[in-house]
Write a protein that binds this ligand. Structure first.
Ligand code: S3P
Length: 172
């Protein structure tokens, strides 16, 4: 069954800082598939950064654009797609990804998320308060949605390459 499903787009989902873009890029290289990053596609389409879109139009507007861009990426049938952390929480996007793709939930502990997100100051959702509190809250609220992904991989320990190898094994 999995061997058949692997022909579908592999869609990486999970919280900010878990490594979706880095791992997605390496997974695509390993499987010799193409890679697209949904946030980058949204930025290209809007000609603005994610932070600028949030600032100028708010989160609801960003979610609308995100839903449309991911629908297009699914239709184009890319090999590996990294999504922004909120994408798979949207009911419509989640249904589409589960139906047409293979969702891979990258999960890790809170300390790791806090550490990894602190390296880059580009995430609008972490600006409104203490990042640890916000991430803890998002983790709690979103885990039920992420858990619907067909594959679940923990990325806490070791280099990203080890995670890529674990995903490849899961898909075999
Ligand atoms: C978001 C995650 C971000 C980006 C936006 C909102 C979220 O993507 O889409 O800031 O709601 O979790 P990353 O998960 O790539 O940081």
């Amino acid at each position: 069954l999995k061997a058949r499903r692997i022909a579908r787009p592999l869609v990486l989902v999970g919280l900010m800082g878990v490594g979706k873009s880095t791992i997605g890029r390496r997974l695509a290289a390993t499987l010799e598939r193409d890679f697209v990053d949904a946030d980058e596609e949204i930025e290209r389409a809007a000609n603005r950064s994610v932070a600028e879109i949030f600032e100028a139009h708010g989160e609801a507007y960003f979610r609308d654009g995100e839903r449309r861009v991911i629908a297009r990426l699914m239709e184009e049938g890319h090999g590996v797609i990294a999504t922004g952390g909120g994408a798979f929480v949207d009911d419509e996007t989640r249904a589409l990804v589960l139906e047409q793709g293979l969702a891979i939930w990258l999960d890790c502990d809170l300390d790791t998320l806090v550490e990894r997100t602190s390296r880059k100051d580009t995430r609008p959702l972490l600006k409104s308060g203490d990042p640890r509190t916000i991430l803890r809250d998002l983790k709690e609220r979103r885990s039920a949605a992420y858990a619907q992904a067909q594959v679940h991989v923990v990325t806490d320990e070791g280099p990203h390459e080890a995670t890529v190898q674990r995903i490849v094994k899961e898909l075999a």
